[in-house]
Design a protein around this ligand. Sequence first.
Ligand SMILES: CC(C)(COP(=O)([O-])OP(=O)([O-])OC[C@H]1O[C@@H](n2cnc3c(N)ncnc32)[C@H](O)[C@@H]1OP(=O)([O-])[O-])[C@@H](O)C(=O)NCCC(=O)NCCSC(=O)C[C@@](C)(O)CC(=O)[O-]
Length: 295
Amino acid sequence: MMPTKVSIFEVGARDGLQNEQPVSTTAKMQLIAELADAGLTRIEAGSFVSPKWVPQMADSAQILQQIPRVKGVTYSALTPNLKGFELALNAGADEVAIFGAASQSFSQKNINCSIEESIERFIPLMEKAKQHNIAVRGYVSCVLGCPYEGKIEVAEVARVSEILYKMGCYEISLGDTIGIGTPTDARRMVQAVSEVVPISQLALHFHDTYGQALANILACLDLGISTFDASVAGLGGCPYAKGASGNLATEDLVYMLHGMGIETNIDLSKLAKAGHNISAVLGRPSGSKVANALK
Ligand SMILES: CC(C)(COP(=O)([O-])OP(=O)([O-])OC[C@H]1O[C@@H](n2cnc3c(N)ncnc32)[C@H](O)[C@@H]1OP(=O)([O-])[O-])[C@@H](O)C(=O)NCCC(=O)NCCSC(=O)C[C@@](C)(O)CC(=O)[O-]
């Protein structure tokens, strides 16, 4: 059944800006404030990973500490291990996300360990998050293909998703990291994962490298998924997936959903403006077709 309402998890300030030329802390805080003003209530604001690996996210603590908080908005951060969690907690993150993969090679390149080792690292993080009552989201990368291994079996996506869910993640975000999937495969993958994780706890995180993200979302909407990750202006990519472009542009997703009569509570024109503003900082046009059409 088609949802009547959808929750959008905005990843532009993290997934987007982690793979763009560095922008100032002030520009990032301005972007996050504009996203909240446009009605986004779930905003990934930074990432507590090694600054040697991802220098673009080195100011995440400053951002979380200084951003004026809007009531009703959750400001979250990526945390690969206990050290990252402790830094995020000190900085005042409302929730955090652990990130694993359905591909051994991607796991190794991205977080320098195997899938099994990553899960070992997540255990103390999950325990500490529980003590502090911090909700943890779980990402699984490479759900429709891997830049190093090619095809990934849906059984492996389901296996890793189930582990993260059983560890206590409140939501599992399924990432097509390199945007390679097509609708039939996306649907098949979601159906397989929904056998082990309730569909209401699944989110889709589709990069738009091959222009398939909206089609894939449409193919999965009537399965009952009602949370989608997106990145304003289509910002970003993934530093450990060569050639990956940004996530689906939030503006394009909102336009499609509103056109279908599905509620998001997002003001599209304010959102498009936020996207144009950060694109101007980056010195290029917005990556959202809708934002450019509305200009
Ligand atoms: C995971 C690590 C840290 C392991 O890196 P490592 O080298 O294996 O870790 P280590 O424990 O051996 O520590 C090495 C150094 O890193 C430091 N360190 C250790 N942990 C932290 C931390 N949390 N924060 C800050 N510093 C940290 C640690 O203190 C030490 O510092 P040194 O002694 O050399 O000065 C590293 O591989 C890393 O930072 N990788 C970057 C991963 C990343 O950010 N990837 C992009 C995000 S994932 C993504 O975009 C996909 C997603 C989620 O969007 C979904 C999709 O699209 O598929």
